[in-house]
Design a protein around this ligand. Structure first.
Ligand SMILES: NC(=O)c1ccc[n+]([C@@H]2O[C@H](COP(=O)([O-])OP(=O)(O)OC[C@H]3O[C@@H](n4cnc5c(N)ncnc54)[C@H](O)[C@@H]3O)[C@@H](O)[C@H]2O)c1
Length: 250
């Protein structure tokens, strides 16, 4: 029997991209999956796809920065199995619009970037905590980025804060039996990246990798399945870089 049977995973930004892929994989393992997204229709559609393939899933609309809504979302998510076993803080702003230099973006965009990418992680963690406390094998996985380890962008700085919060929450929640880890993906060829990334940019980034070739969405799904599983039962406060070595360093 899978360790995910009768267990619930909440995934923010679950409507598409990595979030949806995490949901599909965890549902296949037997988990009840709750996809939370600011785009409620996308969350619903992604959950419907999972149910159509025989999985158990629900979609809920909500902004990860909205404290009252996240409290409602986590309470609803906890109903299926009497609590929450895994929270994946995946929702994040990383479009070109938010990847610009600070001088060009201006303060209001920088504020929103940090509000979603950083405060959103704290908001969802606090909202989920009462429903996770004391559950065997409970864990949180935050999605950081290779940009966090390379410096030089507001986006990377927001993701560096995610790596920092991962250690802070690991310290604070360890006493409740909750492990907290993060994944820093490098350049991963998701549908969006395949469609939008110019070949020259892809070549420039891949030249920094220590392993040649394309990073795939499945590489991040596999890292999540490891960190969230009992195989990682002694691992907490870590950020696992899955970058083909692009962000190697201390
Ligand atoms: N794709 C990559 O190569 C890559 C690399 C490194 C890190 N990341 C990180 O991985 C995460 C997911 O990336 P993706 O490529 O799947 O992104 P994506 O843009 O395809 O999906 C993000 C999802 O989050 C949702 N979202 C955005 N703001 C939200 C909010 N305030 N509240 C709730 N939901 C919100 C969006 O509606 C969307 O469905 C992000 O945190 C991103 O920074 C991605």
């Amino acid at each position: 029997m899978s360790e995910w049977n009768a267990r619930t995973a909440v995934i923010t930004g679950g409507g598409r991209g990595f979030g949806k892929a995490f949901g599909v994989a965890l549902a296949k393992e037997g988990a009840h999956v709750v996809l939370v997204d600011i785009d409620a229709a996308e969350a619903d559609a992604a959950a419907a796809d999972i149910r159509a393939s025989g999985g158990s899933a629900e979609g809920l609309g909500g902004d990860v920065t909205n404290e009252a809504r996240m409290a409602e979302v986590m309470a609803q998510a906890a109903k299926a199995n009497g609590g929450i076993d895994l929270l994946v803080n995946n929702a994040g702003l990383h479009s070109d619009e938010y990847g610009q230099p600070i001088l060009k973006m201006g303060l209001s965009k920088v504020r929103r970037l940090f509000e979603v990418n950083v405060i959103g992680v704290a908001c969802c963690t606090l909202a989920a905590h009462p429903h996770m406390k004391g559950r065997a094998g409970a864990s949180i996985v935050n999605i950081s980025s290779s940009a966090a380890h390379m410096g030089g962008s507001a986006y990377g700085d927001s993701k560096l804060a995610v790596a920092g919060l991962t250690i802070t929450f690991a310290r604070e929640l360890g006493v409740d039996g909750i492990r907290v880890n993060a994944i820093s993906p490098g350049l991963m060829l998701t549908d969006t990246i395949r469609k939008e990334l110019p070949e020259a940019t892809k070549a420039r980034v891949q030249a920094m990798q220590l392993i040649a070739g394309d990073g795939l969405e499945q590489d991040i799904v596999d890292a999540l399945l490891y960190l969230a599983s009992n195989k990682a039962r002694f691992v907490t406060g870590e950020t696992l870089r899955v970058t083909g070595g692009m962000a190697a360093g201390v």
